[in-house]
Design a protein. Structure first.
Length: 456
């Protein structure tokens, strides 16, 4: 049976019954035990996110020495052989690591969405933590994957372990595992509100008042704890003046294009996931794939890393038109290749970066018709819209973009318009998100059935 197939039929509990399993007040039976777990999950997720960030930055500084820790700048100034050795080394680490992880445990999938929906949040702890560590190591070496995947996995494992020890029900475990994953994301990106909403809207699949407080508490605690290592500052820096009339019209026109592009992105992720190698190819495939990425990165150093530095360049309007067009194709291709060859890692930042590039390209063309809007505004609106459409989480996507940039009034109204249009178009064509895309056909059919029944 392929990993990730349905191993445990979801409970037939209705959505109302699922919500009642979560203590709404501190006076309810079991509330003290539940809220103690939420606090411990927040602390654990914050500590693990900080530790994984230290590992990532240490690996990156060893492999790509740079005064400002910018992997794109470091790669641009590196010689030919560093590109080849660094990425081939990342392929070897990926192949050997995946081979070892297969033998750590069996049973439930380490994919968080699959675990929450089909195994009541149960995850194989050692294998999941091993995948998280492997993920940050290869991202530090230059893999084109997101760094948020590792702290999400670590937070989810902490929540699952506490649920085992404290004997929580399946419905409580599902929520706590989602909260742990969201708290890990919140801590690594300093986005407490966005991390909480991501946990509920994207991972748990439901927004309800009874669930909001646990998610917010875990994400807030994790973010504060991680401040010991991770700076309390926006991930991206913007210096943009609003230009609403032109941007509003563009938002309406670009929304459908971004929606269609997001569907293509999700389909490509699904294809890459189903093409992951088996047997001895677990070692050979990533070596070949990563070595090819190393060769490509000599001419295009922007292909390396999770895409954070490239997105910042797009927000600054610092990319030439021809380079934007090339990277619009090459950067997502690099992510698909890394992911499809077996590399573990997140998909949030690569999706955001693809959206920033797509917004920049569409905005560049629009400025020929209606000039005056900075390219960076198109990039940030495009990034938010593509994240919303690929995660099927419009509310969390908007909040995440506000927290990631530390701004709101500059782009909020045009982004709301583009997010609505892009998500509606994408959902009409294909309701899957980048996380649903990793489910098997049987799991997708079962999840759709449960949604239609109103079962969470």
């Amino acid at each position: 049976m392929r990993e990730g197939t349905i191993t445990e039929r979801p409970s037939s509990t209705t959505s109302a019954g699922a919500l009642r399993a979560i203590p709404a007040t501190l006076a309810q039976p079991g509330a003290a035990r539940f809220w103690s777990a939420v606090i411990l999950i927040g602390v654990g997720a914050g500590v693990s996110a900080a530790a994984l960030s230290v590992v990532l930055s240490t690996v990156q500084s060893w492999v790509w020495p740079s005064a400002n820790a910018n992997i794109v700048d470091a790669a641009a100034h590196a010689d030919f052989w560093r590109h080849i050795f660094a990425l081939t080394g990342a392929g070897i680490v990926t192949g050997v690591g995946q081979l070892l992880l297969v033998h750590l445990s069996s049973g439930n999938s380490i994919e968080i969405t699959s675990a929450i929906w089909f195994s009541a949040g149960r995850l194989p702890a050692l294998r999941t933590l091993g995948s998280a560590l492997l993920s940050v190591v290869i991202v530090g070496m230059g893999a084109s994957l997101g760094r948020e995947g590792a702290p999400k996995q670590a937070g989810a494992v902490i929540a699952n372990t506490l649920s085992d020890r404290l004997g929580f029900s399946d419905e409580q475990r599902k929520l706590l595992v989602a909260c742990g994953a969201g708290a890990g994301m919140a801590a690594v990106y300093d986005v407490p509100l966005g991390g909480a909403l991501f946990a509920l809207e994207v991972l748990r699949g439901v927004l309800a008042l009874r669930l909001v407080l646990p998610a917010l508490t875990a994400s807030t605690i994790a973010t504060i704890v991680a401040w010991v290592v991770i700076p309390s500052a926006p991930t991206y820096h913007l210096a943009l003046a609003p230009s609403f009339p032109s941007l509003m019209v563009w938002a309406l026109l670009a929304g459908p294009i971004i929606g269609v592009a997001s569907v293509g992105y999700v389909v490509a992720i699904a294809w890459a996931d189903r093409s992951r190698p088996e047997g001895w190819m677990r070692v050979a495939a990533p070596i070949l794939a990563f070595a090819g990425l190393g060769l490509a990165s000599i001419a295009f150093p922007q292909l390396l890393g999770n895409g954070k530095d490239l997105a910042q360049l797009a927000f600054d309007g610092g990319l030439a038109p021809t380079l934007m067009l090339a990277l619009l194709v090459l950067k997502p291709a690099a992510t698909f290749i890394c992911f499809g060859s077996g590399g573990p890692g997140g998909l949030f930042t690569p999706s955001l970066t693809f959206g920033a590039l797509l917004g920049s390209v569409l905005g560049y063309g629009w400025n020929w018709i209606w000039p005056g809007t900075p390219l960076g505004l198109f990039a940030i609106v495009g990034a938010g819209a593509l994240v919303a459409a690929t995660t099927q989480g419009p509310i969390s996507a908007i909040v995440l973009m506000i927290e990631l940039t530390g701004q709101d009034r500059t782009f909020i109204v045009p982004m709301l318009v583009t997010v609505f249009v892009a998500t509606a178009v994408a959902r009409t064509i294909d309701q899957r998100s980048i996380y649903d895309a990793r489910l098997t056909d049987a799991q997708l059919a079962e999840r759709q059935r449960l949604r239609e029944l109103g079962v969470y």
